[in-house]
Design a protein around this ligand. Sequence first.
Ligand code: HBI
Length: 102
Amino acid sequence: MRANKLTQAEIDKALAELNRGLDAPWRLVDRKLEKEFKFPDFVAAFGFMTRVALQAEKLGHHPEWFNVYGVVRIQLSTHEAGGISGLDFDLARSIESLDPLA
Ligand code: HBI
């Protein structure tokens, strides 16, 4: 199942694949998948969050996040699995597919 908790080896492999070609990497922080995004202002940051929210709703999988002005810090984990699952990587990939300037 996509929501099953991944092993550390599976996480390491998926993380390396996710980060391939990205300017800034996702990292493991507190057993969550984390990345900080920076935008020129609050409206740009909130626009990005709105698009992430729509993708999250489509996947039925949702971020924990922090926003102040142009900074959006996203943490992904699967509460019902008690760790990181394939769904977290699905959501991370979907977030990376968004055009940050749209
Ligand atoms: N989002 N990140 C995350 N983790 C979950 O376990 C989760 C979720 N969104 C919806 C969801 N679980 C639901 O499946 C339920 O909790 C019913």
